[in-house]
Design a protein around this ligand. Structure first.
Ligand code: ATP
Ligand code: MG
Length: 191
């Protein structure tokens, strides 16, 4: 019997936007995933922390963003673990929780620029497969072994773009799910 396939989409989600949702849905369809688990980082290893909204709020915005889709799940394992969030620890923990499944780590091509500095990449590449989507502005020539490209239609937007729009007083309507946008306004975040 074929193993169940589960996707993992890690990120800072500061905040979640429709680019993330389109990525997850596309990966689900193309890879035949049963579920996609969104895993917000507690403390991202590679990012400047200025302007980073606390993990609880980023988690809450994600819960608003995915609640209408039963195929999307949300995990707080990095938040519960606290400290710097390393993907290798997350994948090991997920594997022990989920039993015999094939895990697909879904990433945008921008990740290729920093992957070599990740923790225990050799281990990580053995315990899960990488599905890489071409992200506008981050072209690549060739993927490392045992990573595969997935042809998802992506949007040229990022959380950085969303934060900048809010700072400059512009609307983020339609770039983020309605409930997320309303929550950001209510909580006066990213101003
Ligand atoms: P920031 O600008 O703060 O880095 P981001 O939009 O890149 O935010 P992250 O939380 O860093 O969001 O990304 C989580 C994952 O989603 C990464 O693998 C990233 O490559 C991917 N991703 C984010 N936005 C898009 C997009 N528009 N299209 C495809 N993949 C995306
Ligand atoms: Mg990013």
């Amino acid at each position: 019997m074929a193993k169940r396939r589960i996707g993992v989409l890690g990120g800072t989600f500061n905040p979640v936007h429709i680019g993330h949702l389109i990525l997850a849905q596309g990966a689900k369809e193309l890879l035949g995933l049963e579920k996609v688990i969104f895993v917000p980082t507690f403390h991202p290893p590679h990012k400047r922390l200025r302007g980073l909204v606390c993990a609880k709020e980023r988690y809450h915005m994600l819960s608003l963003a995915i609640r209408s889709n039963p195929d999307f799940l949300l995990s707080d394992i990095e938040i519960k673990r606290r400290g710097v969030s390393y993907s290798v620890e997350t994948v090991l923990e997920l594997k022990s929780k989920l039993g015999k499944v094939d895990l697909y780590f879904i990433v945008g091509s921008d990740f290729l620029r920093e992957f070599s500095s990740w923790k225990d990449t050799q281990v990580l590449r053995k315990i899960c497969r990488f599905a890489v989507v071409q992200r506008p502005g981050y072209p690549y020539q060739k993927l490392p072994r045992n990573m595969s490209a997935i042809d998802v239609e992506t949007l040229d937007i990022s959380s950085t773009f969303i934060r900048k729009r809010i700072k400059s007083g512009r609307s983020i309507r339609y770039f983020v799910p309605d409930d997320v946008g309303k929550y950001i306004v209510k909580k006066k975040m990213y101003r």
